[in-house]
Design a protein around this ligand. Structure first.
Ligand SMILES: C[S@@+](CC[C@H](N)C(=O)[O-])C[C@H]1O[C@@H](n2cnc3c(N)ncnc32)[C@H](O)[C@@H]1O
Length: 497
């Protein structure tokens, strides 16, 4: 479900496919190795390639100096006069603030395509770009390498002002160590997603290094193109890349537009506007001078926002919030093997996670619960249940098996309560911090991460409490209904004795 919303919206975090899964080299690198090519810019001055210390890799975002330089450079480079300016803000540290009254329904920004970075952008070091393109490197790793390459060129890159204004340390779970993830996010399934993402980024870098960078050390010196710089560039992509629906879903970094922070209270998103030939968004509320202007990064849960952007919205403000509930087949089930086979046929495994919202849970979760509790006598239905778990049923109507509904609901309730106790353990153990995480620089790292984890776990646990309440009520109603039916049946029996 979250995946679908990612595609519908111009989200700032499109799905990222790790290079080692998708990338097929189209020529033998040995051919080029025999004729090494040098990047004319980076090799002419040794400090550009080896003087890594001097590459700034963005800036501290609480300093607005580089942001002002960015703003000047953008207007000199064709960005029309704006109704907003970059300022220090309460939400998101730096953001775009209205300079004038802005109406609801007004188009803003108009960033021309020449100021947008895509996989087709010209490289400051064209030879490096050629090598990546000849190797059919997909957009994400290509853009990550592009950012590093341009950053290393410093003033020689046309994006110098943009890169200098990027955060030196983008806030995202990519920057959390394994110990921090284990310590603070053990209760949340987001920990798994973060580990998976870090593994993909490391895998992608290793793949590029083995196949390409090591073959062209002059174009891609390890002092510049290494895991640390890749984590930085992927952190930038995860928190700033947009997918533009009107450009066939092309992914792009849009300077200036990427200074907009997210609000769960607006629905407007960035897109290419054919009539003005620029990147715009249309406001869905008015703004007064001095107010921060927001866009939506997509209908994402708090966990997904923390994963990619490193923040958690205030409690109760995100209508798209959800929590992943893990369910598993019981190993002691005498039909375990058959049920697992049925799941495997649909690309699923014995343990699955399902997104639960305060408004309810998906049909797929219910189908999984039916499968998990169904007895041997229902073996003939395992297949259709597994198909419903994978959302591949032909009929999309709510599937029901009244004879095992009570067990299925109890099964979900047990999983829900086991998750709640994990959150309890973390939240009770962490005490009650109540720090203002909108100014992260003022906190030390440990407190900052802990507060983020507490905010996330509190909102996720709330959803589970609500689910627990609904399940308990349904089960109580079912059971009291059954009891009443039994009593009536009993009374009838006595009547005819
Ligand atoms: C696309 S950038 C927006 C501009 C960013 N504030 C900057 O100064 O570069 C996304 C980053 O902004 C911050 N951000 C965006 N919306 C936020 C929000 N509602 N609350 C806290 N931080 C937010 C997060 O650090 C996120 O990774």
């Amino acid at each position: 479900m979250a995946e679908a919303s990612r595609i519908l919206y111009t989200t700032l975090i499109p799905s990222f496919s790790p290079i080692h899964k998708t990338y097929i080299p189209q020529y033998s690198p040995t051919i080029l190795r025999k004729h090494p090519i040098h990047c004319s810019v980076s090799t002419s001055d040794s400090t550009k390639t080896t003087g890594v210390q001097s590459i700034p890799w963005g800036c501290e975002i609480d300093s607005l100096e580089n942001a002002s330089a960015l703003q000047r450079w953008l207007s000199e480079s064709g960005l029309p006069i704006q109704k907003m300016a970059i300022e220090r803000v309460d939400v998101g540290e730096r953001g775009l603030v209205a300079l004038k009254n802005i109406r609801k329904g007004e188009k803003l920004l108009f960033v021309p395509p020449a100021l947008v970075i895509t996989a087709d952008s010209e490289w400051g070091c064209p030879e490096a770009g050629e090598v990546l393109k000849k190797n059919s490197v997909p957009d994400w790793p290509l853009l990550a390498t592009y950012l590093i390459s341009e950053a290393s060129l410093m003033e020689s890159s046309r994006w110098n002002n943009y890169i200098s204004a990027l955060p030196r340390q983008p806030y995202s779970l990519l920057y959390w160590s394994r110990t921090e993830l284990d310590q603070y996010l053990e209760a949340s399934q987001i920990r798994e997603r973060a580990i998976e993402r870090i593994t993909n980024v490391v895998g992608t870098y290793n793949d590029l290094r083995l196949r390409i960078f090591s073959q062209y050390p002059l174009l891609f010196p390890e002092e510049v193109f290494n895991l640390e710089t890749f984590k930085w560039s992927f952190g930038i992509l995860f928190s700033r890349l947009v997918r533009l629906p009107s450009m066939n879903g092309k992914v792009a970094l849009v300077p200036w537009a990427d200074m907009l922070n997210h609000s769960c209270e607006v629905e407007t998103f960035l897109d290419y506007d054919r009539s003005s030939k620029g990147i715009v968004f249309t406001t869905d509320r008015p703004y007064e001078p001095g107010e921060q202007v927001f866009i939506s990064y997509g209908k994402k849960s708090n966990g997904e926002l923390l994963l990619s952007y490193g923040f958690v919205p205030r409690e109760g403000t995100n209508p798209s919030d959800s929590v992943e509930l893990p369910l598993s087949l019981k190993k002691s089930d005498s039909n375990y093997k058959e049920k697992l086979e049925a799941l495997k046929k649909h690309g699923l495994s014995a343990s699955q996670c399902f997104p639960v919202q305060v408004t309810g849970w998906p049909l797929e979760l219910m189908a999984y619960a039916y499968l998990a509790v169904s007895p041997s006598s229902m073996r003939g239905q395992f297949e259709e249940m597994a198909a419903a778990v994978s959302n591949k049923t032909t009929t999309k109507k709510d599937m029901r098996y009244p004879e095992i509904e009570e067990q299925a609901l109890q099964f979900i309730l047990d999983s829900c309560e086991s998750s709640i106790s994990k959150y309890n353990k973390f939240l009770q153990g962490s005490g009650s911090l109540d720090l203002d995480v909108t100014s992260p620089k003022q906190l030390n790292r440990r407190l900052f991460l802990k507060q983020l984890a507490i905010d996330l776990c509190t909102t996720e646990q709330r959803i589970l409490f609500r689910t627990q309440y609904i399940l308990r009520r349904r089960l109580r109603d079912m059971r009291s209904g059954e009891l009443r039916a039994l009593r009536i049946f009993d009374a009838f029996g006595k009547l005819f004795k």
